[in-house]
Design a protein around this ligand. Structure first.
Ligand code: CA
Length: 712
């Protein structure tokens, strides 16, 4: 039993097979553990918590394993981050790997470097014959794969690792490449074999980026895993001879949920169940890619000799063949088979899209029912298929004659409770706004400030009619609502004397409703804002909602924005509904601080509807996402049913636009009136951006400009 780092150092010298080192319950801080020794089969050397879940390791801590037959169990890493590249590493240094070792019943919870784009990894597996099982990994929010298997030396290849029964909990949208949950291999060593088994793991809302799992090596098996409402796909990015079987993907209609993306040689995809997936393009339910002829190792290898059989595809939106076909990716799938699959759509249409020649795929015995667009190929039978739900909650055809079509009836749906650890709670659905108490506030000087200091997570601050003056910046580290009390007429009006009224700090989100905000008392200096983010990197993604509000007179000096953000911050959602913005010298919404052209951006969903923007010096929306990276889904922008009058004409508005969207992936600009304004400018870059501009009126405003500014 050890109670200090000193005791740990003494105890871990000369460990013998069968020895145990027990960490005493309590808080351990800035504790870098090296655990090495040589156990024997059946006689491991153990590092464990006195009580599982009661040993909390925080600050700048990590764990490195080296040797043979080591076992680590019961620890919780949270409230800190690793000072090195990994939280848990199955090696001490390049030549000191761990083999035959097991890490089980460990929790890593939001153990993030505070700098959002400082890259690190929670678990790195090296060596051979290791097992990582029944662990709980939740809330990786900075850049870097949550868990990776490395093959960078002979001692780590053909490793036969097992990764099983882990709970991979929610991973928020990163807004950049590097948000994968699991990666096996790297492109450099992708033609070597890993032989890793990934079995019975639960991937719950793993939304970091386009790849939930990035497979980059050979002979791996992915079996029996569940992917719940996770944006992205299991991607066979590099490496050959992989098997993907008996996995269950449940999208439940959540945007950008996907299934399996197939690239490379001799891949087998069978007995999987994929349902309610909405993703398109590289993020579809099933995506068979085109390759690059004589591809370099890090590009796309042709699909060859692959088999896709007995998969059930129920109520998904997109299946794609020869996806990514372009001048470079011209090598179509060859010698591959697609057979005995069941494709049923009852609630949403399914598009099977063929992007190039698919003569190299032989189709046989596939059964299709419902609203499905079929490719021009034999091997699909259209018929009625009645489904019944089995005891696992999965649907199968009633008709016995279809028993050999789609995923087998015996397919099990792994339960969430069977994964991770029993003694640590799994997260529920995110509740945030309006989940707490209500504080009723009277007008006056800093009455709002006082309420702000008292209001807790999810609380609502209600303002009676009258004038409110705020003399300090109101910082939020929790979701709060500020709204007019019921029947408050006229609108409660807030004025503020500092350079910002609200500042979103780590964990903060803000909802404004029914109020008026007037900038007339703000300092006579440039660069004020109503809402700003922390000036520093933020890990948590914030939300900003504005409904039925008035924002007036942000014009005490130039460049006065409604929302001003700093780089390395990320809005999950910004929404403005039914509101009036008038007399503003800067931008209304500016999400344009990532200027490095690395594919990083500042916000995912930006929606402005039913609002009026009048006499705005800058843009109503200014968004910049630069670079050619293809691993993210956003930003998404919708501007609808709104009036823009005299917008964008201040000479400091560098892009000379009323709305400026650079690198947005989905833009819908519909049924707006642009009057006496600068034009709408859209610069499309990488991917296949979807831009819809319709039913708008342009009065004394130049026509919109849509250009292609990206390079591949
Ligand atoms: Ca990626």
């Amino acid at each position: 039993m050890v109670r200090s780092e000193q005791e740990f150092l003494l105890a871990t010298k000369g460990l013998q097979p069968g020895d145990s080192v027990i960490l005493a319950n309590g808080q351990w801080r800035d504790f870098e553990m090296v655990f090495s020794g040589r156990g024997r089969p059946g006689q491991p050397i153990t590092l464990r918590a006195e009580t599982p879940g009661k040993v909390l390791i925080g600050g700048k801590s990590n764990l490195r394993l080296a040797g043979e037959y080591l076992l680590v169990t019961g620890l919780v890493f949270r409230d800190g981050h690793t000072p090195t590249n990994e939280v848990i590493s199955f090696r001490r240094g390049r030549d000191q790997l761990a083999n035959h070792s097991r890490v089980t019943n460990i929790v890593i919870d939001h153990y993030n470097n505070p700098e959002r784009y400082e890259r690190d990894f929670w678990v790195m597996m090296y060596g051979k014959n290791n097992r990582f099982d029944h662990n709980h990994l939740e809330g990786k929010s900075n850049a870097g794969v949550t868990m990776a298997v490395r093959l960078d030396s002979q001692g780590s290849r053909n490793n036969r690792h097992r990764i099983d029964h882990n709970y991979f909990g929610p991973r928020p949208i990163l807004g950049a490449n590097g948000g994968e949950t699991l990666r096996i291999g790297t492109s450099k060593y992708s033609l070597t074999e890993s032989e890793t088994l990934v079995e019975n793991n639960y991937f719950d809302r793993c939304n970091g980026e386009l790849e939930i799992i990035s497979n980059k090596s050979g002979k791996n098996v992915f079996r029996g895993n569940v992917f719940l409402e996770s944006r992205g796909t299991l991607t066979l990015r590099h490496g050959n001879d992989n098997l993907v079987e008996a996995n269950v993907f449940l999208g439940n209609g959540v945007e950008h949920t996907g299934g399996i993306r197939v690239i490379n040689k001799r891949q087998v995809i069978r007995n999987n169940y994929l349902s309610g997936l909405t993703g398109h393009r590289f993020g579809g339910a099933l995506v068979i890619m085109n390759g690059v002829p004589d591809s370099p190792i890090n590009r796309y290898h042709q699909v060859e000799d692959s088999l896709i059989e007995n998969n059930s595809l129920i109520d998904n939106e997109h299946i794609e063949f020869a996806a990514g076909s372009d001048e470079e990716r011209s090598a179509v799938p060859i010698r591959s088979t697609f057979r005995n699959n069941l494709i049923v759509n009852s609630s949403r249409p399914n598009l099977i899209t063929v992007h190039d020649e698919i003569k190299g795929v032989s189709f046989a015995n596939n059964v299709v029912a419902g609203d499905v667009t079929l490719p021009d190929a034999l091997g699909f039978e259209r018929r009625q298929v009645a489904l019944e739900k089995n005891e696992n909650g999965l649907f199968h055809p009633l008709d016995e004659s279809l028993a050999k079509i789609g995923a087998p009836r015996s397919l099990k749906l792994l339960e969430r409770a069977q994964t991770g650890v029993s003694w640590y709670p799994k997260p529920g659905s995110a509740s945030s706004f309006d989940s707490g108490a209500t504080w009723l506030v009277d007008p006056g000087r800093d009455t709002l400030t006082g309420a702000f200091e008292k209001a807790a997570y999810g609380d609502i601050i209600e303002l009676r009619p009258g004038d409110y003056t705020v003399t300090r910046i109101l910082s939020l580290d929790r979701p709060l609502t500020v709204r007019a009390a019921a029947n408050a007429q006229p609108r409660p009006r807030i004025q503020f004397e500092r350079s910002a009224l609200f500042e979103l700090a780590e964990g903060g989100s803000l909802k404004l409703a029914g109020i008026a905000i007037d900038g007339s008392l703000a300092p006579d200096a440039s660069g004020n804002s109503v809402v700003r983010t922390s000036r520093y990197s933020m890990l948590s993604n914030y939300e900003l909602e504005v409904a039925n509000a008035e924002v007036l007179n942000l014009d005490t000096n130039h460049s006065f924005n409604f929302l001003r953000v700093s780089s390395h911050t990320f809005a999950q959602k910004v929404s403005i509904r039914g509101s009036l913005f008038r007399n503003i010298s800067g931008h209304v919404i500016a999400l344009d601080r990532e200027i490095d052209d690395l594919g990083i951006y500042n916000g995912e969903y930006i929606t402005l509807t039913g609002s009026t923007f009048e006499n705005i010096g800058g843009a109503v929306i200014s968004i910049y996402r630069g670079g050619t990276d293809e691993s993210t889904f956003g930003p998404h922008v919708r501007l609808q049913d709104s009036i823009l009058k005299t917008v964008g004409k201040n000479r400091r508005n560098r892009n000379s636009s009323a709305v400026f969207l650079h690198g947005v992936q989905q833009a819908e600009i519909r049924a707006n009136l642009f009057s006496d304004s600068q034009p709408l400018r859209i610069v499309e870059t990488v991917g296949e951006p979807i831009t819809v501009i319709r039913e708008n009126q342009w009065v004394a405003t130049p026509p919109p400009s849509v250009t292609t500014g990206g390079v591949r």
